[in-house]
Design a protein around this ligand. Structure first.
Ligand code: CO
Length: 176
C-alpha cells in the first residue's frame, strides 16, 4: 500500500520516534508498504515518521555507485560512533519536495541495528552510505537536514519552506 508522505510543517515529523517491538505482527507489512511508498516517490531513503508512523525504522534503496545497490532495513538503529572528519554533500528529502541543500556531516559512522529478519548488525559506514543513514536517522529524532545547514542558507530557503508548510507545493507523489 502506498502511503501519502508527511511534509514539512506536520507535527509528527518533529517527534522522537518510539522503539520498534521486534515481535510486532505488522512489521513486515509496514516494511513492504514503506518500500512501495519510497519506490513510488523515487526516494533513496524513507523513515517511518514520514508516513505518519512514529517508530524507529527506516529503509534505504539507492544505487550509490554504478552497479552498486545500497539497500537495507534499519530497525532500532543506534549510531555509536561518528567521525570527527566531515564532508559536505547535497541532500534532498521526500518531506521537503523541491528543496536541496549542502549539508556538512561526519564522514563515517558506526551503526548497530536490526534488519527485517530481526538479525542484529554492527557495522561501519562511510561516505554516501553514512550520509543516507545519518539523514534517515535524523528523522527518528525529529530532526531535518535543514536544521544542519548554516543560517544564511536556511534564510535563502525560507519562502520555499513556507510554500511547503502552506501546502502550495504539489509533488508528483501523494502528500498529507
Ligand atoms: Co528525509
Amino acid at each position: 500500500m502506498i502511503y501519502p508522505i508527511f511534509t514539512y510543517g506536520e507535527n509528527i515529523l518533529r517527534e522522537k520516534a518510539k522503539d520498534v517491538d521486534l515481535h510486532d505482527e505488522g512489521l513486515s507489512s509496514l516494511i513492504a508498504d514503506m518500500f512501495e511508498t519510497m519506490d513510488n516517490a523515487r526516494g533513496a531513503g524513507l523513515a517511518a515518521p514520514q508516513i505518519g508512523v512514529s517508530k524507529r525504522i527506516f529503509i534505504v534503496e539507492e544505487e550509490i555507485r554504478p552497479g552498486e545497490l545500497f539497500k537495507g532495513v534499519f530497525i532500532n538503529p543506534k549510531i555509536s560512533f561518528s567521525s570527527s572528519h566531515t564532508n559536505s554533500l547535497t541532500e534532498g528529502c521526500l518531506s521537503f519536495p523541491g528543496i536541496s541543500a549542502s549539508v556538512v556531516r561526519p564522514y563515517s559512522i558506526h551503526l548497530e541495528w536490526y534488519d527485517e529478519n530481526k538479525k542484529f548488525h554492527s557495522e561501519n559506514f562511510g561516505d554516501i552510505e553514512a550520509r543516507i543513514i545519518q539523514h534517515e536517522y535524523d528523522h527518528l529524532e525529529g530532526m531535518f537536514f535543514i536544521d544542519r545547514i548554516d543560517a544564511i542558507d536556511r534564510l535563502k530557503l525560507f519562502m520555499s519552506l513556507e510554500n511547503i508548510r502552506n501546502k502550495k507545493v504539489k509533488p508528483f507523489y501523494a502528500i498529507v
